[in-house]
Design a binder for this molecule. Structure first.
Ligand code: ADP
Ligand code: MG
Ligand code: ZN
Length: 635
């Protein structure tokens, strides 16, 4: 990596070079004797009047010097005359050029020159200057031009190009940062976790008193627009410390090594200002897993170097100095495992999309700034906007305010909000999914199906949260089960119960609607995989027996998927039996689940309705609906 200084030198050298070339051209043009082009007839006249002193001949032209005053003055431009005077060249024009007529007899011309006693000589036309110009100067100029253009793109301007190895982070002083937790609403769980970080920054001593180590890195994980960036700023604002921020994509430049030097620079500056927060937004831009990486040529190397530098810096500094690194990503699954290791981003804070109450709180927060008409009911707007993130809600309030202003109203009315929602929904539908009423209904029954089966079988992990707030592209809803203890061994009945829970969603849909939707796709995949494992790895099928098949390494217990890419090492016959067994396990489970849910259909329907109302059910309320209680509707 070159230092900024040597780049500066290089850059000014280029300027000097270009300037020198330009100047030398200017000079040779100005200082060259002034010439006039005269026709052949005029030349012959002059020759016969003995007004030619000497000539040199080439194939194409005659160049010569006439006696003083013999030649007509060419049209002159004031500036060039002025320059000439300054440069001290004489005024008189005596040099001329004549274009030779092709095919004219050489002998006669030479004879005539001889006769008139004119000094003459032959000359071979040199192409030296032309060669220099076209072979070197112009290509060089073009290259320098392209280079400068690239620099401009990298740095945003020639001045920044001079320092492009330096970090482009922004530093906010504590005075500039006015964001606090009061500016964030609807993500109370994430906030609660970050309160602790604020306390670390404020009283590091308190936590180190007993030998504890303050966490170095906090990773905010959540879909776009949920307020990750906002939360990071709020932490800095609350802790009253400087805030260094840089987006991951800004690290990765086209020049290998630049990103790494930016990281170094960032940490160096931050260490001087401790306690402080370094915030790396969009961490996935640099933190992408290095395995199986097929970026465009060059991008790979650059990112890897940047990532390595980041890892090295994170390891190299001591969090007791009070520097906490925060980062945000919406794609935690692509991050390199090395980043998530203890001592790096060991704390992860999930920033979820807000539920109905959260949405109302966010709307209320942003509505502070606008004049609301009394007919506006933020709770109703919150109801109408399932799946919206904080940024979408902020957008709705703003759109509504603009719409009302255009209609020259004195306050923003409910009708403006309705229109704003429609607009924002139209925009959202392009980039993510907004569920229709019917779809929400299906998802609610599906998720409650999972949950209800989980509480009905003996060995399933307890359900602690069910939600129909869509997250990411794949999941429309989610049922969270918390294992009560770490599991390294599963008994057969435990696996069977897991299978039952997986099929719960699908069966619930069928029971309520009489047909299935595509929503269970992922469940079925996992159920099939699990039953294959039972047969092929765990010897839990009587027909197939104790033999195991396929690739080794039972990844399932670690919660990872088994790649089914290995060589098949069993007969066609066995393969058929395995397939049949998978089917039969799934069929048996299906019947069992159908039995459970048929007897509890009333509970299922009631629970799904409740889930639709509140979008998220957890804790006590969840327990009560799953036990069949009808809760009073949401206030
Ligand atoms: P992210 O970084 O998660 O993509 P941002 O923090 O950039 O989202 O959020 C963009 C804007 O949306 C914020 O500046 C804020 O106005 C609004 N916003 C998002 N989430 C919230 C929230 N939980 N509370 C209040 N405003 C929010
Ligand atoms: Mg952000
Ligand atoms: Zn499901």
């Amino acid at each position: 990596m070159k230092s900024p200084l040597s780049q500066r030198i290089q850059f000014s050298l280029a300027y000097v070079l270009v300037a020198a070339v330009v100047l030398s051209f200017l000079q040779s043009w100005l200082l060259a004797p002034r010439t006039v082009e005269i026709p052949m007839s005029k030349f012959l006249d002059l020759l016969r009047a003995d007004k030619i002193e000497k000539v040199s001949l080439t194939e194409r032209e005659i160049r010569g010097m006439a006696t003083t005053g013999a030649l007509p003055a060419p049209p002159s431009s004031a500036t060039s005359d002025r320059l000439r005077q300054l440069l001290g060249s004489d005024d008189d024009i005596r040099v001329f050029t004549v274009t030779r007529i092709p095919g004219v007899d050489e002998q006669r011309l030479v004879a005539e020159l001889e006769q008139r006693k004119v000094e003459f000589a032959g000359r071979i036309e040199t192409t030296f200057w032309k060669d220099l110009l076209f072979g070197w100067v112009i290509p060089l100029a073009v290259m320098v031009g392209i280079w400068m253009f690239l620099m401009r793109r990298v740095g945003g301007g020639p001045t920044q190009a001079l320092s492009f190895g330096r970090s482009k982070h922004k530093i906010y002083d504590r005075k500039e940062l006015k964001t606090t937790f009061n500016d964030v609403a609807g993500v109370d769980e994430s906030k609660a976790e970050l309160v602790e970080i604020v306390d670390f920054l404020k009283n590091p001593k308190k936590y180190q008193r007993l030998g504890g180590r303050i966490p170095k890195g906090v990773l905010l994980v959540g879909t776009p627009g949920t307020g990750k960036t906002l939360l990071a700023r709020a932490v800095a604002g609350e802790a009253d410390v400087p805030f260094f921020t840089l987006s991951g994509s800004e690290f990765v430049e086209m020049f290998v090594g630049v990103g790494a030097s930016r990281v170094r620079d960032l940490f160096e500056q931050a260490k001087d200002k401790a306690p402080c927060i370094i915030f790396i937004d969009e961490l996935d831009a640099i933190g992408k897993s290095r395995a199986g990486n097929t970026g465009f040529v060059g991008g790979h190397d650059e990112r890897e170097q940047t990532l390595n530098q980041l890892l090295a810096e994170m390891d190299g500094f001591d969090s007791s100095k009070g520097v906490i690194i925060m980062a945000a990503t919406n794609r935690p699954e692509v991050l390199d495992q090395a980043l998530l290791r203890p001592g790096r981003f060991d704390r992860q804070v999930v920033v979820d999309k807000p539920d109905i109450r959260g949405r109302e709180a966010i709307l209320r927060l942003h509505a502070r700034a606008v004049v609301l008409s009394p007919d506006v009911q933020l709770a109703v707007i919150a109801q109408r906007t399932p799946g919206f993130a904080g940024a979408d809600l902020a957008n709705i309030v703003n759109e509504a305010a603009l719409l009302a202003a255009r209609k020259e109203k004195n306050a923003v009315e409910m009708a403006d909000f309705e229109e704003a929602i429609d607009r924002v929904v139209a925009g959202l539908e392009k980039r993510s999914r907004v569920l229709s009423e019917k779809e929400r209904d299906i998802v609610a029954h599906h998720e409650m199906g999972h949950a209800l089966v989980a509480v009905s079988v003996a060995h399933a992990d307890p359900v602690h949260k069910v939600t129909i707030i869509p997250r990411g592209v794949a999941a429309l809803g989610m049922t969270y089960q918390l294992p009560t203890e770490d599991r390294f061994l599963l008994t057969r009945s435990e696996i069977e119960d897991r299978l039952a829970v997986l099929l719960g969603g699908r069966v619930a849909e069928e029971l309520v609607y009489g047909e299935a939707s595509t929503g269970a796709h992922n469940d079925l995949e996992r159920a099939t995989e699990l039953s294959r494992l039972m047969i092929m790895k765990y010897g839990m099928s009587e027909r197939v027996g104790l033999a195991t098949f396929g690739d080794s390494a039972p990844m399932f217990l670690k919660g990872q998927r088994t790649p089914w890419g290995g060589e098949r090492e069993y007969s066609e016959e066995t393969a058929r039996v395995i397939d049949e067994e998978v089917r039969s396990i799934l069929e048996r489970t299906y019947d069992r689940v159908r039995g459970i849910l048929t007897t509890k259909k009333a509970v299922l329907v009631n629970a799904a309705a409740e889930l639709k109302r509140t979008e998220t059910l957890e804790g006590d309320r969840l327990k009560r609906v799953l036990a069949g209680e009808v809760l009073e509707t949401l206030a």
